[in-house]
Design a protein around this ligand. Sequence first.
Ligand SMILES: C[S@@+](CC[C@H](N)C(=O)[O-])C[C@H]1O[C@@H](n2cnc3c(N)ncnc32)[C@H](O)[C@@H]1O
Ligand code: SF4
Ligand code: SF4
Length: 314
Amino acid sequence: MWTMNTIEWIDIELTSFCNISCKGCFRVISKQSDKILNKTYIDIDTIKKRFQKEMFPNIQIINFCGSVDEPTTHPQFFDIVEHFASWNVHINVATNGSLKTPQWWQKLAKILPPGHRVTWGIDGSDETSEIYREGSNFKKVQENFRAFIAAGGQAVWQFIEFEHNMHQTEIAKQMATDEGFKKFITINSHRKDTNGIKHKKIEPVQQSTEISCKYGNQKRIFVNHMGNVIPCCHLNSKMMEYSVTNEVKDKFEQILVNNDYKNDINLDNVSIEQAINGNIWSNIIDSWKKDAIPRCESVCKQKIRDSFVHEEIN
Ligand SMILES: C[S@@+](CC[C@H](N)C(=O)[O-])C[C@H]1O[C@@H](n2cnc3c(N)ncnc32)[C@H](O)[C@@H]1O
Ligand code: SF4
Ligand code: SF4
């Protein structure tokens, strides 16, 4: 399903650090978060060794967006961006926007190559955004995105709709246009536990009966902050929890145990090519024919996942 020739898109979770606590984030929800969070990041040497342009002949997107990271916390973030800047690909960064200074964001706008996109997660048109993004500061985010956009940065405003903020969607969309964002995107969150924050009610999505691997279809892979190469972000919470507990919860962890995951998918020991051709990836793919990994069933069979509604500005 995946080969080095077909990979077009790589998600990279750069760190386990973040400065805020969004109510529905794995950082807040996981019982193992104290063992996982604010501990490590992929170092620049691993990136330079394991991510070389000639290894990925059809690469199109490098996406700095993981399950637990605020990518701007990486101490070598500019060096990493510079490493990929010469690849002639789209570089995407997902951020809460509340770290660093306007000068830092100006510099980022200058070093990002053409075709980049920084997605700002701002779930409200004012301090309301701080309800879900606990610990964020709307005014600071605003100073930062203004500096980034003024310096030529291509920004996208991503707004997660909840009951408490949906009255601000149209206001935020207008603000996005006025402030110079290139796009405004709304998301309906499917995450169940957001500490009492209620979701906007949405129509159920159509159910399909076979596993249709979202990441495989997108020719996309995921690398987490511990250097584990896995098919997708949806398996990452289990991957991270298993890494710190060694607890076997279902077939996914059983596959990790049976195949000595550190020597099969971890970038300290194998290349991305070895990982995607290794036993763990083939076991995951084989599981879809019969007795699929439960997470694959729930995400890609029943299609319970975040649905994106794209709204272009103009
Ligand atoms: C874990 S975050 C990592 C990137 C960065 N820290 C951020 O928040 O943008 C990955 C993505 O999940 C999104 N996200 C956070 N809470 C969500 C929710 N309840 N439903 C859907 N997406 C959510 C973020 O906005 C971001 O696009
Ligand atoms: S900013 Fe991103 S990583 Fe940080 S808590 Fe929120 S969703 Fe999670
Ligand atoms: S959950 Fe399973 S089937 Fe879905 S994208 Fe991930 S690996 Fe593919």
